[in-house]
Design a protein around this ligand. Sequence first.
Ligand SMILES: [Zn+2]
Ligand SMILES: [Zn+2]
Length: 150
Amino acid sequence: MESKRDIYTGIIESTTFHYQAFAAERDELLQLLQKEVATNEALRQKLEEEDESNQCIAELQKAEISALAKKVFELENKLEQIKDENSCCICLEPWQADSDHRRISLYCGHLFGECCIREVLSNAEACPVCHQQADSNQLHYIYGPENIIS
Ligand SMILES: [Zn+2]
Ligand SMILES: [Zn+2]
């Protein structure tokens, strides 16, 4: 037969047991939760890193593209300059060897296509660029490599 004391002890023991079981379950849950949090954090960091590396690649490509665009722009300018330097400033066309638009220099040194400068000099005896007096009897043919632009 159980005494009252035994009953209390039993209740306390069983409460303690339940509490310990509860505490153990809680600890287990807590560990699971911490694991979950850690996994989430790792995932988040990984996503962040991937995003950053994607952004890095995008930045690199952007830089490469703008460097290329700059190069193309410079080349186009250079081509334009070469074309200007190899063109008659009267008609803006390149001069041609073996034609009536051969390269010709006036006494002042300025260069023109032959037919263009002859026409100008028939109206005014001056260089159309520097306005120095020019004579159609003082034309010099300039011989050189073929035009690189035609
Ligand atoms: Zn010309
Ligand atoms: Zn001139």
